[in-house]
Design a protein around this ligand. Structure first.
Ligand code: ACO
Length: 332
């Protein structure tokens, strides 16, 4: 944060998307839906889906390797790996430990973080504290998901929404005035039932009954989540902007969680931003939960839209309920 410890910024980005694409036409053959319904209600046209042989750590590893290469950072220089995911390879070891071993990042502490779609911004905030305080110099924060593995492919209410992917950022100290300017994180556990997976945990361990009841799949009250998302994304973004001592007019790009293009448009309207200042990939990627924001950021940076000195507002909402917003002045 401004005025507290070292300034911390993103010095490298990476992403990984599975090759296989499922289009809305493909979904028309699987459930009672239409391309027109999916496009008008969500803006999604296609999504990348991992094959049976691909786990979350495989995507996280590719994205992490790319981010390290672009940052010019060697794996053994990484002090901390945080993977934000709701779809870990398994309960334990953590996906972060699996990636740590595969990278050869022997000096790195590693853990997973679960804040659903807000997880990447929670991860950025945690890593920033460690570097700002001087405890660590280099962190790798990855948002990675294979939501296709916890999606009920016969439920039209949810299966049209999700995609798989991973995005990664390398964090290091940067010069004064650059990097992360503010965070705002929040949660409201009272809304937990709006978005949940009821089975497979300690409350309802996996059993024949949980499997037959489909309790291992995502369940969602879509219209309630929609209302929450529109309200909280606007509020969170404005709070983070205020904490950075900037104003709405200073924003160059909004990089929102990609759940639904209608939600994104509503948030952009609240922030009075025209479409060209909003980074959108929900049409090509669907909702990739914790991976959405880092993948969108990677596309905007590598595509040359984000330039040195630009002010970025990253904002997310997710299951929990959780939310987060981060303001960054791009550059090192
Ligand atoms: N095709 C055709 N019809 C459908 C489909 C579909 N794929 N899905 C739902 N419908 C039907 C519903 O059954 C309903 O029919 P009914 O009126 O006969 O009951 C009708 O469409 C309207 O449904 P609504 O829920 O009112 O539609 P809405 O405009 O709200 O759009 C949507 C639904 C897209 C789910 C929207 O509410 C939304 O995006 N919500 C937020 C979802 C979200 O962001 N979730 C985060 C998940 S993150 C995570 O889980 C990790």
């Amino acid at each position: 944060m401004l005025g507290h410890g070292r300034n911390v910024g993103i010095v490298g980005v990476g992403s990984a998307l599975p090759e296989k694409i499922i289009t809305n036409r493909d979904l028309e053959k699987m459930v009672d839906t239409t391309t027109e319904w999916i496009v008008t209600r969500t803006g999604i046209r296609e999504r990348h889906i991992a094959g049976p042989e691909t786990a979350t750590s495989d995507l996280a590893l590719s994205a992490g390797r790319q981010a390290l290469r672009r940052a010019g950072v060697k794996a053994n220089e990484v002090d901390l790996i945080i993977i934000a995911t709701a779809t870990p390879d398994m309960a334990f070891p953590s996906t972060a430990c699996i990636v740590q071993a595969a990278l050869g990042a022997e000096s790195a502490a590693a853990f997973d973080l679960e804040a659903a779609c807000s997880g990447f911004l929670y991860g950025l905030a945690i890593a920033e504290q460690f570097i700002s305080s001087g405890i660590y110099d280099t962190a790798l924060v990855i948002g990675a998901e294979t939501l296709s593995k916890i999606t009920n492919w016969s439920d039209r209410n949810t299966c049209v929404l999700f995609g798989d992917g991973a995005g990664a950022c390398v964090l290091r100290p940067v010069s004064k005035g650059k990097g992360i300017l503010s965070h705002y994180l929040g949660a409201d556990g009272k809304g937990g039932e709006l978005l949940q997976i009821r089975g497979g945990g300690s409350r309802r361990p996996t059993s024949v009954d949980t499997l037959q009841g489909g309790l291992h799949y995502i369940e969602m009250l879509g219209s309630e989540v929609y209302k929450f998302a529109v309200r909280i994304m606007g509020e969170a973004a404005l709070e983070a902007i205020q904490r950075s001592h900037l104003s709405q007019r200073d924003i160059d790009f909004l990089i929102p969680h990609q759940a639904n293009h209608r939600i994104i448009k509503a948030v952009a309207k609240r922030l009075e931003l025209p479409p060209e200042q909003v980074v959108v990939n929900v049409d090509r990627c669907g909702n990739m939960s914790a991976a959405s924001i880092p993948v969108a950021l990677e596309e905007a940076v590598v595509g040359g839209r984000v330039k040195d000195g630009h002010i970025l507002v990253l904002v997310a909402f997710g299951a929990g309920l959780t939310w987060g917003a981060t303001v960054i002045r791009w550059g090192t």
